[in-house]
Ligand binder design. Sequence first.
Ligand SMILES: Cc1cc2nc3c(=O)[nH]c(=O)nc-3n(C[C@H](O)[C@H](O)[C@H](O)COP(=O)(O)OP(=O)(O)OC[C@H]3O[C@@H](n4cnc5c(N)ncnc54)[C@H](O)[C@@H]3O)c2cc1C
Length: 434
Amino acid sequence: MSVDPVPNTPYDVAIVGLGPTGATLANLCGMWGLRTVVFERSTAPYPQPRACHLDAEIARVFQHLGFEDELRGLLTVSAGMEYVDAAGDSLFSFEGFEREPILGWHEDYVFVQPEVDAMLRRGLEQYAHVEVRLGVDAPELDELRSTARFVVACDGATSPVREQLGIGLTDLGYDERWLVVDVMLHDPTVPSLPRIIQQVCDRRRLATFVPSHDRHRRWEFRLADDELVPDVWRLLAGWGVTASNAELVRAASYRFHALEADRWRDGDVLLAGDAAHQMPPFMGQGLCSGVRDAANLAWKLAEVIHDGAAATLLDTFETERRPHVAAVTALSIEAGRLLTRLAIDPTATPEPDRPDPTRWSRLPGLDLGGPFPVGHQLPQPDRLDESLPDGWVWVATDDTFVSPDHRPVVVEPRATYGCHAVLVRPDRYIAAVA
Ligand SMILES: Cc1cc2nc3c(=O)[nH]c(=O)nc-3n(C[C@H](O)[C@H](O)[C@H](O)COP(=O)(O)OP(=O)(O)OC[C@H]3O[C@@H](n4cnc5c(N)ncnc54)[C@H](O)[C@@H]3O)c2cc1C
């Protein structure tokens, strides 16, 4: 059997970028006891919100990191998403939002990104073995490689690390220009705005409205490629938002893309988050995908570094995560195109072959013909995670189950989807059933 050589480096992991992906990964590396160094060129979290939606799986990762109490004050449960016509009448609702919170959290939340970014950065202060270097550009790749056993590029859409590795991006065929407008209402009840996320299928101007957390409200307006940025207050006037009831936080035009890096691992360097994949924001899944990447990767790095697992374990990061990213990217593209289709024909429906609208990950790498629920997340009734150890664990419905290695944690059958016992990975995915 070949054994991976273990280089003698000052750190186990070097992370480039402290956006939401890098900050989640750094916290997880801290939790798993990895000697970690993080390079971030800014000195403070990016002050303006980008992501404003996250889902149950992301909240659960943050819970695992000990942020539950703080997080509850930063999230508002989302009331759902609908497509409306130019008059505001509902045409189509997206399913999923009403699902039972089986992972221990509601299916969808809205939030203000700089507040969550700041929470993640504060969390790092508890780990003496995680060193954060703010206000510096990461060294060149050769130097990074001699600094740490593994380098993880969480350096965003323009990823200098990806560039240095010469890893190409595949364009999935979505490229539109949108104006992103964020306001803080002086009073969250004035003016009276929809409580549900709206995709406005108005052929004069496609738009997205997000009733975000607390006083934050978000609009995205479709721009023509050659159009000058219009007067923002004029765009908002139709919603009753004026300079007398709201503060304009930002108005900036973005190109919404769908891109995938051609490979996510090059030896001891891995790409995660926007460095590995980008998608249009219509399903609010870009940040969520980066956090899922971090949760999938961190425990594998720990097993390779601490427990002598073969470095080939890290290949499963891409084989497990890429299909889910591809599915949510396809769903996000479809959600964007549906705006145009419904604006032209309000009776149009989503493509019949559109992907399964679930945003939960199902790990195909584990889908080796194994029975349900292998590859699914463990349900979390009654804050179950609080009584689980951090690593691998057998969870069983009674104490007659004799596990090969660990004493099982005894739970009620809904926590195991009715199975007698399930083997749970450190990232709370089910690896086997008995
Ligand atoms: C308008 C809009 C709305 C969105 N809405 C949602 C949503 O509702 N839900 C959702 O899940 N996602 C959403 N997204 C996507 C989400 O914002 C991104 O997917 C997410 O921010 C990516 O996080 P990241 O950490 O991978 O990258 P980034 O947030 O881009 O972080 C990369 C970090 O790396 C640093 N860096 C780069 N190069 C270097 C270097 N050489 N040295 C040191 N530091 C470096 C940068 O300074 C930056 O801090 C939205 C995006 C946009 C634009």
